[in-house]
Design a protein around this ligand. Structure first.
Ligand SMILES: Cc1ncc(C[n+]2csc(CCOP(=O)(O)OP(=O)(O)O)c2C)c(N)n1
Ligand SMILES: [Mg+2]
Length: 327
């Protein structure tokens, strides 16, 4: 399906907003205002390309911790994100109980995931089985890092979806590292998409720095799934431009030259240049978007900073049906 100019610009805007918000999270961490951040910087093209292939309000997203851009596109507000970083009242994933970026957004059919990697994959296949049993034409998109495709849960989930032709897309965001472990120490295949052929379903590789290419690849898989033709594995190749998390120092396992070289393929830059070359965006319009993103980020930090922390007496709600007596 050809994307309209408006849609393309909207996708670029979501990528840009996600980037500026993510950068602010690093600043908040270094200022000592939040305890932890895990970043999606460098992965925005794959995330926005993929999520725009879904029908909002109908399809399901089972994300992983780097998917900030996806969550924003699904309707999580920047303020809700900053509130989640600060663990304040109004945090949508878990009422401020879960680690930041362990996203969930009930109103948008985004299912929250656990910290053990790959545990989201069987959830996605299970949701897809439910869709099949209810004879609905919804689809499930689930994401994972390439390192986590070594986990047993991922193989079990993909195998189950392949055997039962379930409407689920397994998107692998291959950023070349699993913390300090590079891809070649993680798997003997060139691409995690190659793993699909042993499980009997299509495995597609796409350039994860190119937002519109990812969109086309995921849309095709969504259409296949919707018409009952089954699951697909898609590997989007990109590079993690930041350390693994705010607790990681990546200088211990990769050179600065390597990181700098990958900045030339920054997905924000590539999308901006493409839109300018296609005559869909001017430098002046781009500057306006930058201003708008900064203003939105500033405002969300202001609101989240003023928001209250949860009350101690609410800690056990809604874990127990009745109020518990605190010591
Ligand atoms: C089962 C399990 N083992 C180890 C960890 C610690 N851990 C958190 S993220 C991560 C790396 C995952 O790498 P990858 O799947 O490539 O995703 P990326 O972080 O690169 O996006 C590890 C080992 C964990 N959360 N769960
Ligand atoms: Mg990785």
């Amino acid at each position: 399906m050809t994307l309209s100019t408006e849609k393309k610009k909207e996708m670029f805007w979501m990528m840009l907003l996600s980037r500026r918000l993510d950068e602010r999270a690093w600043v908040l961490h270094r200022q000592g205002k939040i305890a932890f951040h895990i970043s999606g910087i460098g992965q925005e093209a794959a995330q926005i390309g993929a999520v725009y292939a879904l029908t909002q309000g109908k399809d399901w997203l089972v994300p992983y911790y780097r998917d900030l851009a996806m969550l924003l596109a699904m309707g999580m507000t920047p303020t809700e994100f900053v509130i989640s970083l600060m663990g304040k009242v109004g945090e949508p994933s878990s009422g401020a109980r879960q680690m930041p970026s362990h996203f969930g957004l009930r109103r948008a059919r985004v299912v929250s995931h656990s910290a053990p990697v790959a545990t989201q994959s069987p959830h996605a296949s299970g949701i897809a089985l439910g869709i099949r049993m209810d004879r609905k034409d919804e689809v499930v998109l689930t994401t994972i890092g390439e390192g986590s495709t070594s986990q047993g849960e991922w193989y079990e989930a993909v195998n189950f979806a392949a055997v039962h032709s379930l409407p689920v897309i397994f998107l692998v965001e291959n950023n070349e590292y699993a913390i300090s472990v590079p891809q070649e120490k993680q798997m003997a295949v060139k691409s995690s998409a190659d793993k699909a052929c042993g499980l009997g379903l299509p495995g597609i590789q796409v350039d994860g720095t190119q937002v519109f290419e990812v969109y086309e690849a995921v849309l095709e898989a969504v259409e296949r799934a919707r018409k009952g033709a089954g699951a697909t594995v898609i590997e989007a190749k990109m590079y993690r431009l930041t350390p693994h998390s705010s607790d990681d120092d990546d200088r211990s396992y990769r050179s600065r030259e390597e990181v700098e070289a990958h900045k030339k393929k920054d997905p924000i830059l590539l999308a901006k240049n493409q839109l300018i070359v296609e005559g869909l965006l001017t430098e002046a319009e781009y500057e306006k978007l930058e201003e708008k993103a900064r203003a939105e980020v500033d405002e969300s930090v202001r609101i989240a900073t003023e928001a209250p922390y949860p009350r101690g007496e609410d800690a056990a709600n809604p874990v127990y049906a009745e109020e518990v007596q605190h010591v």
